[in-house]
Design a protein around this ligand. Structure first.
Ligand code: BYC
Length: 326
């Protein structure tokens, strides 16, 4: 169905008046709901963004799932387990939101597994020590919130509503990550060293989560006009740096960027751009864990086939029984 939709694009001309009326609704701050008319480009870009977002939540379980069995205390284990479960839930809200646009769950998974649809670059990096659980919560969830809080006001109703719930949970995740960092930074020298090493490795990739610089962003202009995206990539990256640098200082850690300075005139920190070559390589599939992550998702899909079959069989039998009874 998604493939058919993509093929039948290009009929924009006859929709000129509808397009104008649609844009007026967006400009007036109205929400667009699933059964209402929308330009094919709007639908397509929402499927791309929500699908990519859903895949990120689900693939995002892998680097943290890696540490559940090795969490240092029972409390930390329970918290991490709950966080990883929350990410699965976020994936589900988002897959449901994408489905309202006429794409099926199977098609979305198929696009992930075939590499046609992306997931966030950040999850292609390994989690090497327990301090990485702190850094991921603090920086990765921190960056995710920065991007997702404005998306609560996005123009597509189901996406905006999903974001409200996701944001509540992500802020708890960010705090539990920061708490791990505080504990590590107030512990032994080795713990402090591990915390600094985690910050060193995750700083650049966290900055990349916001996407390429504005001049290289392909979709920003149209998506901001449609209010599918509320801020530009560079705006959110700057906001993240401004909030995170004082937090690193509070922890007694150094952000791995010698150029960071408070710019009085701009009212923001100046900072170095992340390594964009590395970013584009990760997007092409050449990051440290791309192959491993995709393999894990494909295996989960194959090994879960019997569960899906059993659930479908159950649903069919129940429908048959209902039909016979009524
Ligand atoms: N990774 O024109 P642009 C989370 C792609 S947090 C991979 O600026 P756009 C979580 C982009 O798709 C993460 N690809 O794009 C946290 C496009 O390629 P295509 C999920 C990226 O869409 C903790 C090309 O680069 N959050 O889930 O206007 C634990 C040009 O970019 C990335 C979201 O998905 C990247 N970092 O802006 C567990 C939030 N950046 O598609 C889970 C919703 C860019 O044309 N998404 N690309 O082939 C967004 O806000 C926007 O899609 C982005 C990119 C800001 C990410």
């Amino acid at each position: 169905m998604y493939a058919q939709m993509v093929k039948s694009e290009g009929s924009n001309e006859k929709h000129t008046e509808q397009d104008t009326a649609f844009q007026a609704r967006i400009d007036a701050g109205e929400k667009i709901e699933p059964k209402e008319w929308m330009p094919e480009g709007y639908r397509r870009t929402l499927i791309r963004q929500i699908g990519q977002h859903a895949h990120s939540e689900v693939v995002g379980q892998l680097p943290e799932g890696n540490w559940i069995t090795r969490a240092p205390t029972l409390e930390r284990k329970a918290n991490l387990l709950a966080k990883v479960q929350d990410e699965a839930g976020h994936g589900l809200y988002l897959y449901c939101a994408a489905e309202t646009l006429g794409v099926s769950r199977d098609e979305l998974y198929d696009m992930l597994h075939s590499g046609k649809m992306k997931y966030s670059s950040i999850f292609n990096y390994p989690t090497l020590t327990w301090a990485d659980m702190g850094a991921v919560g603090w920086l990765v969830d921190g960056a995710a919130i920065m991007n997702q809080v404005p998306l609560q006001r996005t123009s597509y109703g189901p996406y905006a509503r999903a974001m409200v719930r996701v944001c509540k949970e992500e802020s708890f995740h960010q705090r539990q990550g920061f708490h791990i960092m505080m504990t590590m930074c107030n512990g032994t020298d080795d713990q402090l060293r591990m915390a600094q090493d985690a910050l060193n490795r995750f700083w650049g990739p966290a900055l990349m989560m916001f996407g390429p610089s504005d001049e290289n962003s392909v979709h920003s202009a149209q998506n901001m006009a449609w209010k599918i995206k509320m801020n530009s990539n560079d705006e959110l990256r700057q906001k993240f740096v401004d909030e995170t640098v004082p937090q690193a200082e509070y922890l007694g850690l150094s952000v791995p960027d010698d150029t960071i300075t408070w710019n009085e005139e701009r009212g923001h920190y100046d900072f170095a751009e992340p390594d964009w070559n590395e970013f584009f390589e990760v997007l092409k599939g050449n990051g440290p864990c791309n192959t491993e992550r995709l393999e894990a998702r494909k295996n989960a899909w194959d090994e879960g086939a019997w569960v899906r079959d059993a659930m479908m069989a159950h649903a069919e039998k129940r429908a048959q029984r209902k039909k016979m009874a009524g």
